[in-house]
Design a protein around this ligand. Structure first.
Ligand code: ZN
Length: 413
């Protein structure tokens, strides 16, 4: 009996090796699989037959250009993932928007749906919109029963194991929300959740600046600040799933009060609301600045995009605000680089609107303060991914989970 179980486990693990290879390459032949894995010709042939019979793989007529193949025969037949074998829904929810993507197993976008808040979504609205978006994406799936899982990026603290959104101060009422139980109960599909920065870090490693590295830190700067950390190719979550709270790194003990109760956290100095608050204060103090024109003198209608515009136009007051946020971010990056020695640090979220205005200062601060041994090879960049990165990251996690469940011991999570 044990022999049978071991044989099945081994077979599944070998199937995972083949699927992983095809996911990386996009397309492969039996011969290439023999050359690129430790599997024998007989094993490859049998495993591929089974994966084709079960609908995961399909044979193609030709290899995609520009890849050239020589020779002919059964071993040269191009094989790829069957796009229709499985679909995954990935969502990202926050106080200002809820959005979702449908991808197929080849990670191609097959549908998109979003809801934008006129002001702020409360917890009930976030859950309501999540459900309507998932319904909308299920309708977009070519075969609804091939949708195999849902993954949701939620704001704030997350208890991933329990599937609960623990707390997020910017979403009114968002406390101990059993996201997984609600969505699994409604849709009958496996649901997993994680936080925004981690899902986005995952998206960077699959589609963005982290494709060539196994050690990346993604820092999300928006309404809050959080980090998603990938070390040795794996997401780091910490003992209780709260690792990456870089927003509460104290960088100025006498600085402004943070939502956590401490003073001078990075988030209280460099998040988008912190920058907006300081900009509005300058208007209240009647300081001469382009930001006053752009908001027509009304401090409460001054928002981040106008601050960015003023800074781009060379307004000194706006540039000083940007410099202060960039220095704070640079110091935090320096601290984390000393601790963790990542290869790439990616800044993402709404802060990327500032582009080089912010990035150059962050780089300069890190260059000035970081110990050479921890930073000589470090790259600090702005995320180049589209706005759908959060939902894409969630969907990528959902897909990894599906493959890990179907083919354990092979595809890394
Ligand atoms: Zn704090």
């Amino acid at each position: 009996m044990a022999g049978k179980i071991d044989h099945k486990r081994m077979k599944n693990s070998n199937k995972a090796v083949i699927l992983d290879l095809i996911r990386r390459e996009g397309c492969s032949s039996r011969q290439e699989m023999i050359g690129q894995t430790s599997l024998s010709a007989g094993a490859v042939s049998m495993l591929v037959e089974e994966l084709i019979a079960d609908g995961w793989l399909v044979e193609e007529k030709t290899f995609p250009a520009p890849r050239q193949r020589t020779g002919s025969g059964r071993h040269r037949v191009p094989i790829k993932l069957n796009p229709g074998s499985a679909y995954i829904i990935g969502c990202e929810a926050d106080s200002d928007r809820v959005e979702g993507i449908l991808i197929d197993i080849t990670e191609k976008k097959r549908g998109w749906c979003e809801r934008l808040a006129a002001d702020v979504f409360d917890a009930g609205q976030v859950i309501e919109h999540l459900q309507s978006i998932i319904l909308c994406l299920l309708d977009k799936a070519p075969e609804r029963d091939r949708v195999r899982g849902i993954a949701v990026s939620v704001p704030g603290y997350v208890d991933r194991d329990a599937g609960v959104g623990v707390q997020c101060s910017r979403v009114p009422g968002w406390r101990d929300i059993p996201v997984r139980r609600i969505l699994e109960g409604r849709f009958g599909l496996p649901v997993e959740i994680d936080n925004t920065a981690r899902m986005r870090a995952l998206a960077e490693t699959r589609y963005g600046l982290g494709q060539e590295t196994r050690n990346l830190m993604y820092i999300h700067v928006g309404p809050g600040i959080g980090a998603g950390m990938i070390f040795g190719g794996r997401l780091f979550r910490g003992a209780s799933g709260s690792g990456g709270e870089i927003g509460h790194m104290i960088i100025s003990p006498h600085g402004p009060v943070c939502s956590c109760g401490n003073r001078g956290c990075l988030q209280a100095v460099a998040s988008i609301p912190a920058i907006e608050r300081k900009a509005r204060e300058t208007l209240h103090r009647d300081i001469l600045t382009r930001m006053a024109d752009l908001s027509e003198g009304n401090a409460s209608s001054l928002h981040f995009p106008q601050i960015v515009q003023a800074a781009r136009e060379g307004d000194k007051v706006a540039l000083t605000l940007v410099e202060e946020a960039a220095v704070a971010l640079g110091l935090s990056v320096t601290n984390t680089v000393h601790l963790l020695n990542p290869e790439v640090v990616v800044l993402g979220g709404p802060i990327t609107l500032l582009g080089s205005l912010l990035l150059e200062t962050v780089r300069r601060v890190v260059r000035t303060h970081a110990i050479w041994e921890t930073s000589f090879a470090l790259k600090i960049e702005m995320s180049c991914l589209e706005e759908d990165i959060g939902a894409r990251g969630a969907a990528a996690l959902g897909l990894e989970t599906l493959l890990h469940t179907e083919f354990p011991n092979g595809v890394e999570r």
